[in-house]
Design a protein. Structure first.
Lengths: 453, 185
């Protein structure tokens, strides 16, 4: 039986063939890094082919004494003579790349413009693109001395965009020069999972916000009526109760508070779905971004903590721009995958404010996460576990043993969920292909409770 | 209207014909026997090596078979010349080998050598000059000069033909203009 295999920072180099808009531009997309190309002028495949055939024919004629073989050499020699230079060749080539944006979301397009400068004339400009991990090449066009590329990043992270080797051929196609252009790095943000629901904890901090608290305050939701006290505003008088009871009664309102939310990301391991091939860490960060965006839109404060390898954290904050700071702080988390046991006690207090609602996004595949959940629950914070799917393991050979093993695996995971729920920790399952709202909807029935009241 | 460049099928057909012609040179020179298998073996090799390699000239591996696969068009053309050199073909067969070889080289250039190869394919003077030079050398090679006083005539014709080819080359160089994709600073 093969389990979902963990993988590390494996870039998908799959690239679509480019749509070469102009002329013959058979741009090649490579994914393996290669050594730097030679900088000087060198013969092309065409020149080597014609020279080889002519040389073999001439040598065979000399060795065998068959003069007719010189006829096989004459044709290639004439082609070489006709194509030979005498005309200008491209010399002193240089290139400069201009990248449209270096910060984007998954699925956005990145436009790259490479301007070539050289002396002389080039008969053919042939770019070859070596893409960075998770990048695909949508189009490549060559217009005069300008190469324009359109890339699409498909995986979040801090990736190199790639490298472009541009071959400059002379007019006869007999020699070429290569100039290499490094495109630099780009920050690719995860596309947030679609989410609008914002479950809240029982206790909300003393900050004005949009969530209705259980305490009385100056909100918009009426919670009851009480006798009027001298000095209170007359606009709040509840006239039906006043006429019924004979004394002036006024409305009572619930306070409206903002929630503190911290998204805890389990970066202890990354699992590839055996069937779909998706990465659990990719899905984790997309879901985390979705949760953070939903709470930030409600003007709540959101923080982030990533556990695994290097522990990264950002104290809760609010504002539309804070979303980018949150995502940027965990963008390097893929490089952190390691075997270090996280020590939650080492986290500074501002990272996990008291009574903050904690979302732990985890595939629940590592024992260390269960220890971490126990520690977090002991702190008293209201806690929600969002289980990120990893896919079912595939039996090596279909049969009864494989089916039994799969059932055992399912039972083991169900037992794990039951253990968490029995401790008062809600566990919601993020089904592949379904939105976050569907997973978080059950949490709206009651407010999320912590262990300390 | 521009002529479309033949695709893989044409290159493969041309390569198989070339291989059969080169193999026939050997088969005709030797008594019937294992030599008859040579054209078949050459045709099988041509089926694999014939289609023009259009990939970018990047050395992905130092292994010999990777190198051979990358340069299989060149190796095939040179191999056909070497195979034909093992026999003494009659004039018509030598002419077939020469014409097919030159046609294959022109087609390979047109498919894989970019605008320069396309320009060469669509030009009439460049292929005509190459074929004229080959025909001239072939006729000179098969001219019956032994023991006859034709040697001087044949030598004079060869010199005149070479001068004509050189002149044609210089003339067509002046006519040709840079093709699409040319970048100038």
């Amino acid at each position: 039986m093969t389990a979902a295999r963990p993988h590390r920072a494996a870039g998908r180099g799959a690239a679509r063939p480019p749509d070469t808009g102009a002329a013959p531009v058979p741009t090649l997309v490579l994914t393996r890094p290669t050594t730097a190309p030679p900088t000087g002028r060198r013969a092309t495949e065409r020149a080597l082919r014609l020279l080889t055939v002519a040389a073999v024919a001439a040598a065979a004629a000399l060795l065998t004494g068959h003069a007719w073989l010189l006829a096989c050499a004459a044709g290639p020699v004439v082609l070489l003579v006709l194509a030979a230079a005498g005309r200008s060749r491209p010399t002193r080539p240089a290139a400069e790349a201009e990248v449209g944006t270096r910060r984007c979301f998954e699925g956005d397009t990145v436009d790259v413009r490479i301007e070539l400068a050289f002396d002389g004339t080039a008969g053919w400009i042939d770019p070859a693109v070596r893409l960075g991990p998770g990048m695909t090449l949508d189009s490549a066009t060559v217009t005069g001395p300008v190469v324009e590329l359109r890339l699409t990043p498909h995986r979040w992270g801090h990736w190199p965009l790639g490298t472009v080797d541009v071959d400059l051929y002379d007019l006869g196609g007999l020699t070429r020069r290569t100039v290499r252009v490094e495109l630099g790095d780009a920050q690719v943000f995860p596309s947030p999972a679609r989410s609008t629901l914002t479950p809240i904890p029982v206790r909300l901090p003393e900050r004005l916000g949009e969530h209705t608290a259980r305490q009385r305050g100056e909100g918009a939701e009426v919670t009851g009526v009480r006798p009027h006290v001298w000095g209170e505003r007359q606009r709040r008088i509840h006239w039906p109760s006043t006429t019924r009871r004979g004394t002036v009664q006024i409305n009572e309102f619930a306070a409206e508070r903002a929630a503190d939310t911290v998204v805890v990301i389990d970066a202890l391991c990354d699992f590839a779905d055996p069937v779909a091939g998706t990465s659990s860490l990719d899905e984790t960060l997309r879901a985390a971004a979705g949760i953070a965006r939903a709470y930030l839109r409600s003007h709540d404060r959101v923080g982030v903590v990533s556990i695994g390898g290097t522990t990264r954290w950002l104290r809760p904050g609010t504002g539309a721009g804070y979303f980018y700071r949150l995502v940027e702080s965990v963008l390097e988390v893929r490089r952190d995958l390691g075997y270090q046991v996280p020590d939650i006690d080492r986290l500074p207090r501002p990272a996990l404010p008291p009574h903050a609602l904690l979302y732990v996004l985890t595939p629940l595949t590592d024992q260390r996460v269960l220890d971490l959940l126990r520690e977090l629950a002991a702190r008293g914070n209201p806690l929600v576990v969002v289980e990120v799917p990893t896919g079912d393991p595939q039996p090596l050979r279909p049969g009864e043993a494989g089916e039994l093993a799969l059932r055992l695996w399912h039972a083991d995971r169900e037992a794990m969920r039951f253990a968490l729920r029995s401790r008062g920790i809600p566990v919601v399952l993020l089904e592949p292909g379904e939105g976050l709202d569907l997973a978080l909807a059950p949490l709206l029935r009651n407010r999320v409770r912590g262990n300390v009241r | 209207m521009t002529r479309p460049i033949p695709a893989t099928g044409a290159a493969r057909s041309l390569a198989v014909a070339l291989a059969l012609a080169a193999g026939a040179c050997v088969a005709l020179a030797h008594p019937p026997g294992p030599a008859l298998l040579l054209p078949a073996a050459a045709a099988a090799a041509a089926w694999w090596a014939g289609p023009v390699v259009t990939g970018r000239p990047v050395r992905d591996s130092w292994l010999w078979y990777a190198q051979l696969a990358r340069h299989r068009n060149t190796a095939f053309a040179a191999g056909c010349v070497a195979l034909a050199a093992a026999g003494s073909p009659p004039l018509w067969l030598a002419a077939c080998v020469t014409a097919l070889l030159l046609g294959y080289l022109l087609l390979a250039d047109a498919v894989a050598a970019g605008p320069a190869g396309v320009r060469q394919w669509r030009s009439r003077r460049v292929p005509a000059a190459a074929y004229a030079a080959s025909a001239l050398v072939l006729l000179a090679a098969y001219a019956p000069v032994g023991g006859v006083g034709w040697g001087r005539i044949v030598a004079a014709l060869a010199v005149a033909g070479s001068a004509a080819v050189a002149g044609l080359a210089l003339w067509s160089r002046g006519i040709d203009s840079p093709g699409p994709g040319a970048g100038e600073e």
